[in-house]
Write a protein that binds this ligand. Structure first.
Ligand code: NAD
Length: 473
């Protein structure tokens, strides 16, 4: 069955569905929904073999209701204007949901990074950054990129270096991009943040006894069978933290096949195998799938799509066996699939909420760069000493001597502790707000799914920003 929506149309359809539950003027809703700016860049690149190739790149700033705008840059052959605008729009709603004060943006270059050498990728990234600077699409108070599909710390370091070279006197230049290496003023915990956020979000959703009962599952992550699609930044970290949370990752799907083992994988070992061989193929398992799509239909409790959009479609949705679809990727479920999964009673935890950990910790990195001080630098030693003074007082008063194991947990919070605590708090609060909205409508006999509830919350928060700007009385 052909799906009738483009990606951006899908996002707008979800928006419209939620907007019907609000009473804002049509003009305001239109303003929230529309993409404020987008730009198509084309530039030549000299390949290593001397040939000249034209590169196509885009940057879309979906909403300027708060500045700067924020969103990743992806390298993929699927990149086009519609995809970038859809992803930028999702960023707007995501930032609003988790109370991160950015408008949404997204950028991308249409290429398969595996077909380019490191030095070609560096030339392309630097030239793309130059285009962003020329067109005023980058800056600590304008628009701040981050990693996404096909990019990572290295590309962010090239972007930073190019920006700083062009603006050497800007005190806050470091905050022009996030997801940077630690040595380049990045923040501890950013690389793992999206995957970690996925698990914090899942933990919260699975802790609601009533919701789990409806799905026929016990509460908590303990023992839940999970299949992860995409073993990149988001998928591999989500899998690692799921394993640490006592879930069982029984399936891992990559673009060239999938592995299955009902006993659950040791994620660090799978990651090591992939690093050494370049693939998850050949990793000892019960079953190997040549066709990655087969993996999506494995028996499991939680399916975590963490690769690309449009993976769950009208075609495969009737055969999905998971009770929960946890959208770590952006837009993995088509509108038709969404309808089928909802009708089948499968719970979808939406991308706008679940993968917001990346932008949340990017926000912390941006704040750190603007304040020019590492989190924890001022308080860590003081907290450390205060806790040990308390420990000595307790030991003196009770005669009890703390063991070495107990002493290990007594320490002042360092940067990563603070980042993870801020991330956990953000994901818990956002989920509770989404659930509260669902319950509010349920009490009025309206069955609102998680995605719609998330959009309703985002619309309220963005409308409030417009009110503060005085645009809407
Ligand atoms: P990545 O490039 O690090 O990893 C993607 C992985 O998916 C790769 O290992 C790739 O081989 C695999 N893959 C590609 N096509 C596949 C297919 N058809 N089947 C199975 N595997 C496939 O990208 P990422 O940063 O992990 O991003 C993944 C998703 O998460 C994207 O939708 C992205 O927009 C979203 N996301 C990323 C971040 C972030 O911080 N990186 C934040 C929020 C959302």
């Amino acid at each position: 069955m052909a799906e009738s929506f483009s990606f951006f149309q899908k996002v707008n359809t979800d928006f419209d569905k939620a907007a019907r539950f609000t009473e804002y003027p049509r003009g305001l809703l239109e303003q929230i929904k529309i993409c404020n700016n987008s730009c198509h860049f084309t530039f030549p690149i000299k390949r290593d073999d001397g040939t000249i190739q034209t590169i196509h790149g885009w940057r879309a700033e979906h909403s300027h209701h708060i500045l700067p705008t924020k969103g990743g840059i992806r390298y993929s052959t699927l990149v086009n204007e519609d995809e970038i605008m859809a992803l930028a729009a999702l960023m707007t709603y995501k930032c609003a949901l988790v109370d991160v004060p950015f408008g949404g943006a997204k950028g991308g270059i249409q290429l398969d990074r595996r077909e380019y050498s490191e030095s070609e990728l560096e030339r392309i990234t630097r030239r793309y950054t130059y285009e962003l600077i020329q067109k005023n699409y980058i800056g600590p108070g304008i628009d701040v990129p981050a990693p996404d599909f096909g990019t990572g710390e290295t590309e962010m370091a090239w972007i930073l270096d190019t920006y700083i070279t062009m603006a050497p006197d800007k005190l806050n230049a470091m905050a022009c991009v996030t997801g940077k290496p630690i040595t380049q003023n990045g923040i501890h915990g950013r690389k793992e943040a999206t995957g970690r956020g996925v698990v914090f979000g899942l933990q919260e959703a699975c802790s609601v006894v009533e919701d789990m009962k409806q799905l026929g599952l016990p509460p908590g992550l303990h023992g839940k069978k999970v299949v992860v699609q995409g073993f990149g930044n988001v998928g591999s970290h989500a899998a690692q933290f799921l394993m640490e949370a006592d879930a069982r990752v029984t399936g891992i799907i990559e673009r060239n096949g999938g592995i299955y083992d009902p006993r659950g994988f040791d994620i660090e070992k799978v990651a090591m195998h992939r690093k050494e061989t370049g693939s998850i193929r050949g990793y000892p398992c019960t079953q190997f799938f040549e066709n990655p799509n087969d993996g999506l239909e494995l028996e499991c409790d939680i399916l975590v799509p963490a690769a690309l959009e449009n993976q769950l479609t009208a075609e495969n949705a009737p055969r999905i066996k998971a009770a929960i679809v946890a959208e770590a990727a952006n837009g993995p479920t088509t509108p038709d699939a969404d309808k089928i999964l909802q009708e089948r009673g499968i719970m979808i935890i939406p991308d706008t909420f679940l993968n917001a950990g990346g932008v949340t910790v990017s926000y912390f990195e941006w704040l750190r760069n603007l304040s020019h001080v590492r989190f924890g630098r001022l308080g860590k030693r003081f907290e450390d000493q205060a806790q040990h003074a308390m420990r000595r007082a307790v030991e003196k008063a009770t005669g009890y001597q703390f063991s070495d194991n107990e002493l290990e947990i007594i320490h002042g919070a360092d940067e990563e502790d603070l980042v993870n605590s801020g991330l956990q708090d953000t994901m818990i609060n956002a989920y509770q707000e989404i659930r509260e909205t669902r319950m509010q409508y349920k009490n009025k006999n309206n069955d609102v799914d998680c995605r719609t509830a998330a959009f309703i919350n985002a619309i309220h928060k963005i409308a409030k920003s417009y009110m503060q700007l005085g645009i809407f009385p």
